[in-house]
Write a protein that binds this ligand. Sequence first.
Ligand SMILES: *[C@@H]1O[C@H](CO)[C@@H](O)[C@H](O)[C@H]1NC(C)=O
Length: 468
Amino acid sequence: MAKPTVVLLPVWGAGHFMPMIELGKRMLRCSDGALSLTVLLMPAPTAQAVSDIAEHVRREESADIRFHHLPSVPLPADHTGVEEFISRIVESHVPHVMSAVSALSCPVAALVVDIFCTPAFDVSSALAVPAYVYFASGAAMLALLLRSPSLHEETEAEFFDDSAVLDVPGLPPVPPSFLPATMLDRKKSTYTWFVYTGRRYTEASGFIVNTAAELEPGVLAAIAPTVYPIGPAISFPAAAENNPQPHECIRWLDAQPRASVLLLCFGSKGILSTRQVHEIAHGLARSGHRFLWVLRGLPLDATQGAREARDADLDERLPDGFLEKTKGIGLVWPKRAPQKEILAHASVGGFVTHCGWNSVLESLWFGVPMLPWPLDADQHLNAFTLVYDMGVAVPLEMGGRQEPYVEAAELERSVRSLMGGGEEGRKAREKAMGMKALCRKAVEQNGSSYVSLKRLSEDVLRGAIQFE
Ligand SMILES: *[C@@H]1O[C@H](CO)[C@@H](O)[C@H](O)[C@H]1NC(C)=O
């Protein structure tokens, strides 16, 4: 008889697609070959995502991992944020997901959907298939989403206007400046979709979270639903795919002293204005610390949800004379960079990050302390967790939420604090090294995440349903 299959519904974004495939592969391994995977692919809205996904499919497709392309649907043209953009696309896909799942000839063990794909719960409830959310962010963000329907009902005021701090289970009180942007304007439809997601979470059989019990113990203890902390699930390229010729960034790092280099990287969608880029340049130069700065170009298409950074023209983006002035202590890299390899390098001693959850996990995995520079989505809450819950980061003052902007002097101050000999930096380094040990222990055989993954595989196998 055909093996029961776990149906995955990932979204196309770089920070979501691969982590979900990685989760699926870990579930397969943990089930000792009892499960298979069926991945439903929604057509990606950007050329970059289309080609990235095609490459992953070529690499991962096998007898036990099958990919099913869903037809295209019209993209929402008038959305007010990425939460709404994704949810509405998924909503249009519901009939296609329904026919794909009900046509499967093998037993269906579970439907696992991405964070904002809860409209697909219509399918799991109609077919009585257990539904899970793969939460590719931290437990803190999950706690906030679970809490959002009641927060919405408790007050009619804007969370932004409220000078009071927010109570999120298991976290220290959260000031409004650390809430996701989508919560800061209740009139926008993306906010409505955010609360919608929180409401639909009550239908989930469980939440699979890319965190480890030891990383967020307070939050995990404080939330009620069934949670499987299975992380950090980080995908590393197979050894055979490693280019024998080291990347130029790695060769440059090889020549730098141990733990001396500050990495700056803002993610695949992290685009900074020219004014902000100049301010960073001045701050870095004044700090005197070594740096590797991954600087991307402004996108051609500014449509939200379809934005992608391009390779940068450094002469155009940087202040005159900056490259000459910092020659020898800094490298500015204008393209995509191998972030995991860079973080793994002994010369890296700190990370200015946009706080995308995958970047956070990679930094913890390699024990690199952070300087959080959140831009969007869950990143502000992640920054809050890093500084005020985990203590692995030094805070950076970003000015107001409406027009966040980091002054050169503030960057200089915080870089010195993180990279210099002071108390604040020393504490963050120590905590980050502690987290590195916890992360590695969690995923070892019999570690907390390993045990959780085992339990998940057993639970989904028990729930398998045959349609044909
Ligand atoms: C994990 O637990 C099993 C069952 O208790 C035991 O047989 C095995 O040796 C353990 N493995 C490690 C690496 O501790």
